[in-house]
Design a protein around this ligand. Structure first.
Ligand code: A3P
Length: 305
């Protein structure tokens, strides 16, 4: 089945999830060929939920000894999607064997991103000891972020925000149904807390210091007392902050993949901006759908700062 998407692309249904046309081939190859190593870290995310931020944080946390002086840090000269590339884009190639040997030579721990839902991840990710750091965001802000991102990247986007919301509620959105995406990782994080760390954008905004430490502990590289007293955590928080990243030259031009302008990954970076876009009818529709889809799961979201 095929549906018109929010970036005026087609979406294809594959293993119960909707994929944008420019991702589908890479998703299939990734699932079939990727070989996880035990030391790998996978940053798995819902689109427009804080992927850019969590990739930067994870990279900075894991590599803090390699790049201890802050003036030559790779995050100052590379976009976080380059440092933590999406596996479905890596595998969007014809020559899989070359790609596999390139990947096997990357310095460990390797860090990759993905939007692929848990049930469709390759077997080797599920069966190895690699770790998954996951982030999602309250659907109100996610929809606004997505709709604006779609309009900026594609001025031909015909969907109104109301229509975008309708599709989102039906699950017809890139890497959606988003409910199933979140619930897949949510359930795995409960069943297997050493494998999946489940984070929410709102929580990181509220207490980033706590979550930087939490991610480091989860990845088996907790901060030492000495690091804490030397301001290593604060340096990471600052390096990855919205203002810092948005204003870097490297994030002002060029694209992620072939399609998405880097500068559009940085918009407002706040919790609760949806109040400027949602009508009462839209609030009712999304609240009702969330109640239907998430009730009983234990998963809930803050929607204001
Ligand atoms: P808004 O559109 O609400 O501003 P993703 O990285 O998954 O595409 O998500 C993009 C959203 O994260 C955008 O939200 C963007 O502004 C915000 N964002 C990007 N970098 C950030 C950072 N360093 N800290 C906090 N939020 C960030």
């Amino acid at each position: 089945p095929k549906e018109k998407d929010w970036i005026a692309q087609h979406l294809y249904l594959f293993q119960d999830f909707w994929y944008p046309s420019n991702f589908i081939e890479g998703v299939i190859n990734f699932q079939k060929h990727f070989q996880a190593k035990d030391s790998d870290v996978i940053v798995a995310t819902v689109p427009k939920s804080g992927t850019t931020w969590l990739k930067a944080l994870t990279f900075a946390i894991l590599n803090r000894q390699r790049f201890s002086s802050s003036h030559n840090h790779p995050l100052l000269t590379s976009n976080s999607h380059e440092l933590v590339p999406p596996l479905e884009l890596i595998f969007h190639v014809d020559n899989i064997q070359d790609k596999l040997s390139d990947l096997s030579n990357i310095t460990e721990p390797r860090v990759f991103g993905t939007h692929v839902p848990f049930p469709s991840l390759p077997k080797s990710i599920k069966e190895s000891n690699c770790k998954i750091v996951y982030i999602c965001r309250n659907p109100f802000d996610t929809i606004v972020s997505l709709w604006i991102f779609a309009n900026k990247n594609n001025p031909l986007n015909e969907l109104t925000i109301e229509e975008t919301l309708e599709k989102y509620c039906k699950g017809i959105v890139g890497f959606g149904p988003t409910w199933e995406h979140m619930l897949g990782y949510w359930k795995e994080s409960i069943a297997n807390p050493n494998k999946v760390l489940f984070l929410k954008y709102e929580e990181l905004k509220e207490d980033i210091n706590f979550y930087v430490k939490r991610v480091a502990e989860f990845l088996d590289c907790p901060f030492t007392e000495e690091e804490e007293s030397n301001g290593v955590i604060e340096n990471i928080i600052n390096l990855c902050s919205f203002e810092k990243m948005k204003n870097l030259e490297v994030n002002k031009s060029g694209t992620v993949g072939r399609k998405y302008e880097k500068k559009y990954f940085f918009r407002k970076g706040e919790v609760g901006d949806w109040v400027n876009y949602f009508s009462p009818a839209m609030i009712e529709k999304l609240s009702k759908t969330m109640e239907e889809k998430l009730s009983g799961s234990g998963l809930s979201f803050k929607t204001s700062p």
